[in-house]
Design a protein around this ligand. Sequence first.
Ligand code: FAD
Length: 328
Amino acid sequence: ITDKIAGLPQDAHYFSLEFFPPKTQMGSANLQARLERMVHSLRPLFVTVTWGAGGTTAAKSLELAEICQRQLQLTTCLHLTCTNMNRRLIDEALEEAKALGIRNILALRGDPPRSEEYNIDGSDDSNKDFTWAVDLVRYIRRVHGDYFCLGVAAYPEGHPGDSFHEHQDPAYDLPYLVEKTKAGADFIMTQLTYDLEAYKKFEAALRNHESGVFKTIPIIPGLMPIQSYNILTRVTKLCHTKIPPPILSRIEQVKANDEAVKKVGVDIVAEIVNGIKGIPSPGPRGFHFYTLNLEKAVSFVLECCDLIPPLTEESDDEFDTEVAITMS
Ligand code: FAD
C-alpha cells in the first residue's frame, strides 16, 4: 500500500474500499459479482477485508481476501485482530495471507481481551501474548520483518474504551497511537467520522505531535456512505461515532425515504471529503470507505468528489483477462 501511495503524484487523491465476508454462499456469489463491477468502474488503490473478532470469520475472510488479491488482482489488506485468539491462529492467518500474495495487514486489537475484562484470575491464557494492537504490530515485525506493510487503527473522536474502563477522548489514545506507530506501523486508518472539525483537529494533533512520528505517515480518514437512516443510526451507535446535529437534521428531514436519504447522504459525505481535501497533506491524500458491501452510495460519492482515477488501457486489459479467467 505504501509503495503504491509513494508512486502517486504528490498532490494526487486515492481511495480504498472495505468489504466484509458474507455469511452465505449466495451472499458470496453476489458480492463477487459486485466486486468485479466495482473494481472495473471505481478503481480503488486498494481494498480491505474485515476479520471477525476472535477469528470467527477466519476462513471466510481469507476466502474473500483471495478473491480480491488473486482473482481480481487488487492490492488487498487483510484486517487481523489479536485478542481472544491464540498465537497459532495468528501464525496460520499470516502464513495463509503470505501464500495468497497478500502484503498488507491492518493490525488490530479487536474486542477487549477476556482475561482483562472477565478473567481477572488469568485462568484463560489465550491472551497471554496479545493484549493491545501494539503487541500484534511488534509480533508481526519480529516474526516477519518488513514483509508486511502494516496499518493501525485510530479514532478521530476517541476510542470508546471498554466496559471496565470507559473514555472517549483522542488525547487519551494518543500515547498508545505513538507506541503503535513507533512499533512499526506504515499507515493509519481511522474509524468512520462525520465530524469534519473533529477530524481536522485530530489530524493536526498527529501531524504536530512532538514525537514527530506522524509527520509523513499516511493518515487515511474512514468515511461511511449513507445508505439509510436506520443503517446510519445503528452503525454510528455501534462505533460510538457522533452525528453532528446539522447533519442529523438534514437526514431526519427525509428519513422515511431511503432514496432521498442516499441523495442527501452523498452531499454530506462529499462535503466532508472536500473539507478533508483542503487540509494540507505531506503526501497524496487518501480516503477509506466503509462500503457495507454495497455499491451505489459509494459510487455516487466517488463520482461526486472526482476520486475515480481515469481508465487506462492497461487496467481495461487486466480486467478483461481476469473476468475471462473467473468466468471460465
Ligand atoms: P488498541 O490500539 O489496542 O487500542 C484499544 C484501546 O486501548 C484504546 O482506547 C487505546 O487508547 C487503549 N490502549 C492501547 N494500548 C494501551 C496500553 N498499553 N495501555 C492502556 N490502554 C491502551 N474490529 C474487528 O473485530 N474486526 C475488524 O476487521 C476491524 N476493523 C477495524 C478497522 C478500522 C479502520 C478500525 C478503526 C477499527 C476496526 N475494528 C475491527 C475495531 C477494533 O478492533 C476495536 O475498535 C478495538 O476495540 C480496538 O482496536 P485497536 O486496534 O484500535 O486497539
